[in-house]
Ligand binder design. Sequence first.
Ligand SMILES: *[C@@H]1O[C@H](CO)[C@@H](O)[C@H](O)[C@H]1NC(C)=O
Ligand SMILES: *[C@@H]1O[C@H](CO)[C@@H](O)[C@H](O)[C@H]1NC(C)=O
Ligand SMILES: *[C@@H]1O[C@H](CO)[C@@H](O)[C@H](O)[C@H]1NC(C)=O
Ligand SMILES: *[C@@H]1O[C@H](CO)[C@@H](O)[C@H](O)[C@H]1NC(C)=O
Ligand SMILES: *[C@@H]1O[C@H](CO)[C@@H](O)[C@H](O)[C@H]1NC(C)=O
Ligand SMILES: *[C@@H]1O[C@H](CO)[C@@H](O)[C@H](O)[C@H]1NC(C)=O
Ligand SMILES: *[C@@H]1O[C@H](CO)[C@@H](O)[C@H](O)[C@H]1NC(C)=O
Ligand SMILES: *[C@@H]1O[C@H](CO)[C@@H](O)[C@H](O)[C@H]1NC(C)=O
Ligand SMILES: *[C@@H]1O[C@H](CO)[C@@H](O)[C@H](O)[C@H]1NC(C)=O
Ligand SMILES: *[C@@H]1O[C@H](CO)[C@@H](O)[C@H](O)[C@H]1NC(C)=O
Ligand SMILES: *[C@@H]1O[C@H](CO)[C@@H](O)[C@H](O)[C@H]1NC(C)=O
Length: 810
Amino acid sequence: MDTEIRPCSSLSVFLLFLLLSSLNIQHCGATDSISLGQSVSGNQTIVSKEGNFELGFFTPGNSRNYYIGIWYKTIPVRTVIWVANRATPISNTSSAELKISEDGKLVILNSSKIPVWSSNSTPSTSNSTVAVLLDTGNLVIRNGSNTTIWQSFDHPTDTWMPGGWLGVNKITGEYQSTTSWENPENPSPGPFAQSMDPDGSNQFVLLWNGSETYWSSGLWNGQYFTAVPGTRESTPFNFTFVDNKQRKYATYTILDSSFITRCVIDSSGLLRQWYWLNSTQKWQTVFTQPLAQCDVYSLCGAFGICDQKSLNICRCSHGFEPASLKEWEFNVWNSGCVRKTSLRCSNKSSTGGEGDRFVEMTNMRLPANPQNLTVGSAKDCERACLNSCSCTAYAYANGCSIWTGDLRNLQQLYDGDSGAGTLHLRLAASDFSASRTSHKFVIDLTLSVIGGTIGILCVLVGLIWAFQRRKRIRMAKQVEGSLIQFTYGDLQRVTKNFSEKLGGGGFGSVFKGTLIDSTEVAVKRLEGLRQGEKQFRTEVSTLAAIQHVNLVHLRGFCTEGSKRLLVYEYMSGGSLDSLLFQNKSTVLDWKTRYQIILGIARGLAYLHEKCRECIIHCDIKPDNILLDKDFCAKVADFGMAKLIGRDFSRVLTTMRGTVGYLAPEWISGLPITSKVDVYSFGMMLFELVSGKRNASHSADGSKIFYPSWAATKVVEGDIFSLLDHGFKGAADLEELTRVCRVACWCIQDSEADRPTMGQVVQILEGVLEVSMPPLPRVLQLLTEDQSQIRDDLSSTEYKDPLDQSQDFYP
Ligand SMILES: *[C@@H]1O[C@H](CO)[C@@H](O)[C@H](O)[C@H]1NC(C)=O
Ligand SMILES: *[C@@H]1O[C@H](CO)[C@@H](O)[C@H](O)[C@H]1NC(C)=O
Ligand SMILES: *[C@@H]1O[C@H](CO)[C@@H](O)[C@H](O)[C@H]1NC(C)=O
Ligand SMILES: *[C@@H]1O[C@H](CO)[C@@H](O)[C@H](O)[C@H]1NC(C)=O
Ligand SMILES: *[C@@H]1O[C@H](CO)[C@@H](O)[C@H](O)[C@H]1NC(C)=O
Ligand SMILES: *[C@@H]1O[C@H](CO)[C@@H](O)[C@H](O)[C@H]1NC(C)=O
Ligand SMILES: *[C@@H]1O[C@H](CO)[C@@H](O)[C@H](O)[C@H]1NC(C)=O
Ligand SMILES: *[C@@H]1O[C@H](CO)[C@@H](O)[C@H](O)[C@H]1NC(C)=O
Ligand SMILES: *[C@@H]1O[C@H](CO)[C@@H](O)[C@H](O)[C@H]1NC(C)=O
Ligand SMILES: *[C@@H]1O[C@H](CO)[C@@H](O)[C@H](O)[C@H]1NC(C)=O
Ligand SMILES: *[C@@H]1O[C@H](CO)[C@@H](O)[C@H](O)[C@H]1NC(C)=O
């Protein structure tokens, strides 16, 4: 019974157990049960038999309230998995207690001996009714004939434990669902819940306020929930779905019992699977849904705006402020925003004073369920809203929509996002003007201080902007001015008649050269170009205008007859390819590699998202990543697709070796988007992590295509086995985990599943969490049946990726 004496041999524990049971000692330190007449009070606890879980009073964070809860006994971070009186806290534990009442129910009594919580279980008059804390974390009440009459797993709070279940009792209609805590210091039920679909289908959904579905698990297909990778076979979880006459529920178990894990719906509406990482003594997320936080319905509460690209994901609309700064500090925003000034709700004309006005919010995801009015113009739409006191906003696009009451689920969108609209939000006129009349001096003072600070910031930002703009204009001129047009003769001289070759690829060879002012350059002689001179010039000047620290800068060009050459800045560090594979050393330690990865990601994100027109690189591989003397990574050869034009994909697919980096779209003939770069980037990440070519790996003698093996390891959580053996484990686990998961997400079969490079950057910077990726299918196909892909590829040049030849890449 006494689990504190665990270090003894099992025999002595057994003997001790016999001794203690025979003596029937009531007051021994930790027991696993509460019987009639016993109670838990103050700092007393009960501990499950094997010592996995503990039950007692606790206070979350800095709260002053006490709750009865169950937490892990084996880990140092207090992690509560169940709360009894979540909505009815106790303010003073001095004589509060948890006990079995006379009618066999479990009750919590406050200091005045008034019950504040009860298990509401079937009455049982037997004096051998007992509440037992099990080693699964389940608290059960057993009646005199040892029948379980109540259990905490039937009433989960926010945590779904292994061995626990979520579902619905078909007879009583009662749901077993998890509901988020209000905030990390208050376990009372918040607005978010994970539940069996109330529509009756065999799937789980995440709900806001019991009604708005913002994520679903996909239907149970007999083996897993179709949208939840974590339920597939290759994971350490074993999900089971049961549908019988009484109940319909899902449960999961852990195949490796030493694995400590839990599934929680957290206060910000995200569903996360956590596992305890012994090595860091921290909880680690292995699965998060929804992936985009702004997909959580009403994440930012009423009048809050969700911005996926901002560091502070939630902000208040103009004229509003957080309703609870304390909750916002916890990164829990569902309390939303409140008006700084209440609406006058009057027509300008009728009162003579100032009425309400509208602030224009562009590129917004509009709230759902508007009222549609049939009015002729935007002006009429505005007037219609103004005339109704409850109207808070309107939008005019293909008709007039107005909204009444709180606006929820607003999201800041960006150019090119679908579903963006312009919302006109109603505000008191005084929120527009700088001067405010308020009787509250203190508030006024704070406001003016804040206002002043913001004002100064605005001026500063303005100045910086103006300065940068001027700089940019100056630079732009420089660009145009500094993009040198060479003659072929010039370049022959510069490169000493093309004598020092730096490398070659599908588009031509690269030579080293030295300009007159002794700056070193790399000259690329393009081959197979059929573009006219005018178009070439246009493309080249576009490319020259693209400047980013992680992109190789184009300095000049040459076009003479059929000759086309490009002159780039020279990168003394050489290509990633040579550093990683050919030097056979660990020149690049983990920190450097991480910086390189981040650099490449930033360069690509810039190409994809920040340039005037999206530039898809199409040929990301280690050969095309160059390093300067400080090992700062720069992406080379971007824009080739535009330069080469229609022949590009032919060149690419007939090029030997690049195939290893090619996204399935190239082969299947689907349209090419920037996600093909994401795919190649992912493939390259595995090489950066392992320090070996993807195609030259083999595990235990049998040849396999490395990324598919690696992806399996990532999904299994066995990250360290992927790391370059030269490091002997010297890498930051968190960074390594991020990189490996990102890699695995990047090589997903469907481009929609892959992240954007912008998201990749955010993940690598630690701004965005990355969940456990599913296993890409095509990769498995590649290992299982390469013939199919080979048939699909018309190229005769295609080489088996398993072929361990030296010249796998050009
Ligand atoms: C429990 O509380 C008592 C007094 O209330 C205190 O003396 C004792 O140290 C506490 N025990 C622990 C383990 O905190
Ligand atoms: C709790 O109650 C006891 C007696 O009922 C009292 O002495 C003590 O001051 C109370 N503590 C708090 C924090 O109110
Ligand atoms: C105990 O609970 C009752 C009912 O909620 C309440 O009226 C009473 O004030 C509570 N007593 C204390 C000491 O909190
Ligand atoms: C309680 O249990 C004892 C035996 O442990 C028995 O003698 C007694 O009659 C029981 N009392 C009631 C009220 O059931
Ligand atoms: C225990 O509960 C079961 C099922 O509700 C019931 O059949 C049995 O009679 C109960 N036993 C006692 C001693 O109350
Ligand atoms: C009561 O049932 C549990 C499991 O259902 C079993 O482990 C235990 O031995 C039983 N106790 C008695 C006294 O029968
Ligand atoms: C939440 O749901 C309840 C009942 O379903 C409803 O009365 C309430 O208006 C909803 N709250 C909001 C903010 O929509
Ligand atoms: C998964 O659980 C089910 C039911 O609990 C069991 O039949 C099956 O063998 C388990 N699978 C594995 C791989 O352990
Ligand atoms: C976790 O680490 C502790 C020591 O740090 C060790 O005793 C324990 O066995 C480890 N548990 C697992 C599951 O590896
Ligand atoms: C209002 O119009 C939108 C499209 O503009 C439409 O989706 C929606 O169903 C309409 N609502 C009503 C109540 O007609
Ligand atoms: C505002 O004026 C319109 C007519 O211009 C009138 O119909 C409406 O009732 C007025 N609303 C209020 C709140 O006075």
